[in-house]
Design a protein around this ligand. Sequence first.
Ligand code: C5P
Length: 306
Amino acid sequence: MPFRHLPDSSVIARAPGKINLVLRVGPRRADGYHDLLTCFQAVDVWETVALSPADEFSIAVSGDVNLGEIPLDGNNLAMKAVAAVGRATGRTDAVSILIDKKVPVGGGMGGGSADAAATLIAINELWKTGLSQVELLDIAAELGSDVPFLLEGGTALGRGRGEILEPLKSSPFHWVIVPSMEHLATPGVYGRLDELRSEVDVVLPESLPDAFIDALYRGDPEALAPHLINDMAQAAIDLEPELEATLEKGLACGALAVMVSGSGPTCAMLARDHHHAEAIHAACSEGGRYAVVTTSPARGAHLVSR
Ligand code: C5P
């Protein structure tokens, strides 16, 4: 348990990080967002939050990852999640929020969105507000495009700006996640993508390839590998050229596929099995570089007992 000395009345919840196995991006919409066709998959890397009743609102963050750029005020997505449930239910009681982070910050794995998803579950329990999963999903979509998926977890086809979800069946897969020392802000990566495609007539595919869905279902990493695609990869590489070396290293170490996760700069490398993931991990962590072996899919946000 990452937290010490919590009051008995505290509620703890956790939510996973995500990778996008397929991320196709349509043209920029009038509201500034982009329609997506994506396959989200939750990974076994967790954000944990503890909420406690308090005299005033506060937020503190701990964890293994670079914490420098996380806002510790009302701009934090966990704080916004509490405020949104407050507006929906009329509650105004102050809470203190502790967040323990394992998902790379600003990495394209939905770490901030996972904090929001875990906080929605925790505050609903702390306040006994009894919001249903459907009501929480509506609030989640207001908070950010990835928050609904991180509430649901597993594997899902995402449309719209990522908030329209359809569950997909997936067997387990093994990955090595390689965070970067740098952060990329999502709007900047979308902006660079728009620049790169300014002369192109962008058409969003209508559906995921059948062979991809089949490989997911069967848990066949060799068949899955050629279908992994991220339309944002080049934009992320332009903004952080070092990424190219990380991706090349993954392939040189024998990963079946290497990809930029979401808007980057975290990279995800697909392995055949656990042993293969360990071998890729050993090669990628040479020189002290931080990398994590993980599996997917993981479950969505849920309460944790103490
Ligand atoms: O929804 P969220 O707050 O996570 O999105 C952050 C930013 O990423 C948006 O303001 C927008 O610039 C960009 N975005 C986008 N299309 C999406 C999702 C996010 O352009 N589908």
